[in-house]
Design a protein around this ligand. Structure first.
Ligand code: ATP
Ligand code: MG
Length: 406
């Protein structure tokens, strides 16, 4: 389709797309398709604000990324700022804009070159925003494109207002832990490093969460705070609804022993103990341990019980370290890049074990990885950017470990 010469022609095309369809979600998607074609955008999304939670949810999207199920807080990133300030943002070239601090498309893997984000304003307030982007190597938007977007969003807001739009939210499971406004600062010489800058995150019972984010963004720091290995600089933590921000030493030790299991990239097995003894040792200091042989069987290493770590492969050692975490019967297992040191096949074996732990129904797994393929297994994918949660994605259909390829 040729780019129309006038704003009026574009607006006419878009308004017919919006008004033609009965189903509002289809109408919004259709509108994004039309406007993206008109403006040669590679990606587009409409976000609707849930006023109760202050969270924005994807109501429609177009382009190579599936953003359905993605949400983020108002105020965070370009889209969140547009909603909180109720002001359009037009960045002809994101690379040349110093203040650009990323957007949802960037987070999900489409590096944006040119960006337009406009608030959706109904008569009284801002109900969300609409965003269009071109990818690196793509074209640049113009001021006229911005006008077309603003007209479209005014129309879309009117239609949404008239028809009503409620965002589908998956049913929430019981909350095990909640982080509220967690910050963490480190002193580095004279300098204060603000590593976590206000993390808000709920961790639900029996879910598989994958945490993604660029190196240095604070993933391990957040995991250490969740696991009680380190303390936040400010913010609060609730454990099953009770304040757990500054527990005393006894409560903290108990929490680390029984509530949390750790799996690290390096397996940290004791070299002078056999596989079985490594698990037995942890079982003995836990409050409510499971059966050691069951844990060994669960990771498929019953026949290697008598081997020392040096006699096991990397994948097998990692499976022993998983058995050591599960024998505690913990509520939450924290896994920081558990497959980073493994090849595809052994990595997948480890993931199969982690998947089966979640399937058993009592444990939540929080796993940091750099591998975006692994994120497809998760119930939720949490992205961190500059020490904040930049987005959360619910996977409607998580894949099995067997289905992953990298
Ligand atoms: N104990 C510490 N003292 C000073 N700085 C620290 C400390 N721990 C972490 N940092 C700094 O905090 C930042 C975040 O570190 P963190 O280990 O959380 O990143 P990450 O997201 O896990 O990165 P990666 O993906 O590389 O593991 C880094 O800049 C790191 O240098
Ligand atoms: Mg790390």
């Amino acid at each position: 389709m040729k780019k129309p010469d006038t704003l009026a022609a574009a607006t006419w095309l878009i308004s017919s797309a919006l008004l033609e369809v009965e189903d509002l979600e289809a109408a919004l998607t259709n509108t994004l398709d039309v406007i993206s074609t008109q403006l040669k955008a590679e990606g587009g999304a409409i976000w609707i604000l849930n006023e109760d939670t202050g969270t924005l949810h994807c109501a429609a999207c177009t382009g190579p990324l599936d953003l359905m199920g993605v949400s983020f807080e108002s105020g965070i990133g370009t889209e969140g700022k547009v909603v909180s300030t109720e002001t359009s943002v037009f960045l002809a070239e994101t690379e040349k804009t110093e203040s650009f601090e990323g957007d949802i498309f960037d987070d999900q893997g489409l590096k944006t070159r040119s960006l337009i984000c406009v608030p959706l304003n109904d008569l009284k307030k801002t109900i969300g925003c609409m965003c269009l982007v071109t990818a690196r190597g793509g074209s640049l938007f113009t001021e006229e494109d911005l006008k077309i977007c603003e007209h479209t969003s005014a129309l879309a807001a009117m239609v949404i207002d008239e028809k009503g739009f409620s965002v589908y939210l998956p049913p929430e499971k019981p909350v095990l832990m909640e982080l509220k406004g967690i910050t963490k600062e480190f002193l580095s010489g004279e300098e204060v490093l603000k590593v976590l800058q206000g993390i808000n995150l709920k961790i639900f019972k029996n879910e598989f969460v994958v945490v993604l984010g660029e190196s240095g963004c604070g993933k391990s720091t957040m995991m250490n705070i969740i696991g009680g290995m380190d303390r936040a600089t400010s913010g609060t933590i609730e454990l099953e609804g009770m304040n757990f921000t500054a527990p005393n030493e006894k409560a903290l030790t108990e929490f680390r022993r029984s509530y949390i299991g750790f799996i690290f990239q390096s397996y940290n097995l004791m070299p002078n103990l056999t596989a079985r003894e490594n698990i037995q040792f942890i079982a003995e200091i836990s409050e409510n341990p499971g059966n050691v042989d069951d844990a060994l069987a669960m990771v498929g290493l019953t026949d290697r019980a008598g081997n020392f770590p040096s006699q096991l492969s990397g994948g097998q050692q990692q499976r022993i370290s998983i058995a050591r975490a599960i024998v505690k019967n913990p509520h939450i297992i924290l896994a920081d890049e558990p497959t980073a040191a493994l090849d595809f096949k052994t990595g997948q074996e480890v993931l199969r074990v982690i998947e089966s732990i979640v399937q058993k129904g009592n444990t939540t797994v929080l796993m940091v990885t750099h591998n975006v393929e692994i994120a497809k297994m998760a119930d939720r994918v949490v992205k961190l950017r500059s020490g904040k949660v930049s987005s959360i994605k619910y996977n409607a259909h998580p894949l099995h470990a067997n289905e992953l390829v990298w």
